[in-house]
Design a protein around this ligand. Structure first.
Ligand code: PMP
Length: 390
């Protein structure tokens, strides 16, 4: 038989998978591994899709998505971030933010183009860039900067092949956020070097200290930024597969071409749920945000008290504790914690080299589960400290 795609064969398998498989084969595991809300989608949102089904909306929608949903997205962007996007020319409804990312990379990248990936980063960015024929270039964030990216770090990585930069604030996996001033410095660099920006804002609603900033609202950025967003996190809708992109007309046109051939449209029933999710957001999202904030406050303090230094994440639902002082690699730490105490976390190294020395623990679990996880982590750290002293 002839060989399969070399490009796909060269992709590294996801580092997270191995831990999920191992954790899945064990009993009584507390999983802080997965990146998804522990809430079920609000009832009124589920009802909106029942109603759409009853009314027989079972056909394709427009390629770019139901006009009514695109209008709601435009209203949302205006209300939340004070930025205006054209319903008909600048918004695409996607099957999750994941598809939005894929569309963005495929529309921007020519073979050999470099895309700067602000790391530690969501695991899909680099493989999707490679699949689009590009070369991911890692730009490291550090704990001493609160995991915000420094423009100098990026400046050193620029070449005549650099096409774009991708980042996500609030961040998966660090939970870090960037201030408007910090983002403005980044915007200056972007402008100076004529780069495109892919700003993954999927955690924007889950911000606990200050309001999230939409990167396209910074001076000069609207025309060169693709906003990626979606319903999975803030609306507890991971399984529905619904997201959207906002970008200037020429970029949207190009992304729409890829979307039209590869996907046709996001599932129609799901889009009806999306309309209701946006319309009712003031009733549903704040309670979830309050709950995540409470859990964050408890969990991050408890990790610090257990001997794992952890910065206070400004958003998302991840803690990113430092484990380097144990002398274990992040992979060894995650494996030993799982085997010894049945707590599953994700090794920081899967999010890029700068994630080494850390693990990612999601606090989207009940407070009781988090308390039990902390008790186990404390025991693990004590045992490890005793061994170390012996
Ligand atoms: N971006 C980031 C940073 C994420 O964490 C995730 C989900 N883990 C996604 C995109 C993909 O989200 P979706 O479910 O909308 O495809």
């Amino acid at each position: 038989m002839k060989s399969l795609s070399e490009r796909v064969e060269q992709l590294a398998p996801s580092g997270i998978r191995r831990f999920f498989d191992l954790a899945g084969s064990m009993e009584d595991v507390i999983s802080l591994g997965v990146g998804e809300p522990d809430f079920v989608t609000p009832w009124n949102v589920r009802e909106a899709s029942f109603a759409a089904l009853e009314q027989g909306y079972t056909a394709y929608s427009a390629n770019a998505g139901l006009l009514e949903l695109r209008q709601e997205i435009a209203t949302y962007m205006q209300e939340k971030f004070a930025i205006s996007y054209s319903t008909t020319e600048e918004i695409i409804v996607t099957t999750g933010a994941s598809e939005g990312l894929d569309l963005a990379f495929r529309s921007l990248i020519n073979p050999g183009d470099e895309v700067i990936v602000v790391e530690p980063a969501f695991v899909s960015y680099a493989p999707l860039i490679e699949l689009a024929g590009g070369i991911p270039v890692a730009a490291a964030c550090h704990a001493e900067d609160g995991f915000a990216i420094q423009p100098e770090t990026i400046e050193h990585l620029l070449t005549d092949k650099t096409k774009a930069i991708i980042f996500c604030f609030p961040s998966n996996p660090t939970g870090s956020t960037m201030s408007r001033d910090q983002l403005a410095d980044l915007a200056l660099l972007v402008q100076k070097h004529d780069l495109y920006v892919i700003s993954d804002e999927i955690y924007a609603e889950l911000s606990y200290e200050t309001e999230a900033i939409c990167f396209a609202t910074l001076p000069g950025m609207r025309e060169r930024t693709i906003i990626i967003n979606g319903f999975s996190k803030a609306f507890a809708m991971t399984g529905w597969r619904l997201g959207f992109t906002c970008a200037p007309p020429a970029i949207t046109q190009s992304m729409l071409k890829v979307h039209q051939y590869g996907m046709m449209c996001a599932p129609t029933l799901v889009q009806f749920a999306g309309i209701e999710a946006l319309r009712s957001r003031h009733k549903t999202v704040p309670d979830m945000v309050t709950s995540y904030r409470q859990r964050r406050n408890y969990f991050v303090k408890a990790l610090n008290d257990a001997g794992l230094p952890t910065h206070l994440p400004g958003g998302a639902f991840y803690a990113f504790p430092y484990i380097g002082h144990t002398g274990l690699t992040s992979e060894q730490f995650a494996e030993q914690l799982l085997l010894a105490e049945r707590v599953a976390v994700v090794p920081g190294s899967v999010f890029g080299a700068s994630g080494e020395g850390y693990v990612r623990a999601s606090y989207a679990s009940s407070i009781e589960q988090l308390q039990e996880a902390i008790a186990r982590i404390q025991r693990f750290m004590k045992k490890w400290q005793t061994q170390d002293e012996a």
